[in-house]
Design a protein around this ligand. Structure first.
Ligand code: ZN
Length: 165
C-alpha cells in the first residue's frame, strides 16, 4: 500500500495547524494586510497547495506525487513546444528530470528543498507586484507546511514518527 493517502492526511493536518497558528497569531503580517482567513475559497486553496507539496517530494519514486507532477510537466511541455517556446520547453524538461537524478529520498527529501522548492510561489508574484507579499507569504507557508508534513511522516524531521514511502 502506497503512502500517498497518509501524506494527504498529514498535509491536511499540518496545514490545519498552520492556518490555526496564523489565525491566532496576535500581530501577524496578515492582520495588517486585512486578509480574511474566513474566506473559504482561500482556505481551500491553502489546503490544496499544502496537499500538492505534501505529495511532491515523492516525485523521485513511483508514486501518486510522481504521476501528478510528471503529468503536469508533460502537458506543460507539450503546450510550450506547440506554441514554439522551445527554449522554455527544454528548461522544463531538464528541470523535470532532476528529481529522478539520484536516489529515492535524496535531495527532494531535504529540509533545504522544503524551503527552496516552494520559493517560486513567493518570488514570481513578488517580482510582478510587491503588494501581493502578504498573500504570497501565506500561500508559501501552506506549501512549506505540506512539504514539512511529508518529511515528518517519512521520519526525516524526527525519528519518533515514521510512515512508509
Ligand atoms: Zn517520501
Amino acid at each position: 500500500m502506497s503512502g500517498y493517502r497518509g501524506h494527504i492526511a498529514g498535509a491536511i493536518a499540518v496545514n490545519g495547524a498552520y492556518v490555526a497558528a496564523v489565525k491566532l497569531a496576535p500581530t501577524s503580517v496578515l492582520d495588517r494586510s486585512g486578509i480574511a482567513l474566513d474566506d473559504w475559497q482561500l482556505l481551500i486553496g491553502l489546503f490544496v497547495i499544502a496537499v500538492l507539496f505534501g505529495l511532491w517530494p515523492d516525485v523521485d519514486t513511483n508514486s501518486m506525487g510522481q504521476n501528478i507532477f510528471f503529468g503536469l510537466a508533460f502537458i506543460a511541455d507539450i503546450i510550450l513546444i506547440a506554441t514554439g517556446k522551445l527554449e522554455a520547453a527544454a528548461y522544463l524538461g531538464l528541470l523535470a528530470m532532476t528529481p529522478i537524478v539520484g536516489k529515492h529520498r535524496g535531495w527532494t527529501h531535504s529540509k533545504l528543498a522544503m524551503v527552496l522548492v516552494p520559493l517560486p510561489i513567493l518570488l514570481v508574484p513578488f517580482i510582478h507586484n510587491q503588494h501581493l507579499l502578504p498573500q504570497t507569504l501565506l500561500i508559501y507557508g501552506a506549501a512549506v507546511a505540506g512539504y514539512f508534513s511529508h518529511l515528518l511522516l517519512d521520519g526525516l524531521i524526527t525519528r519518533h514518527i515514521r510512515f512508509k514511502s
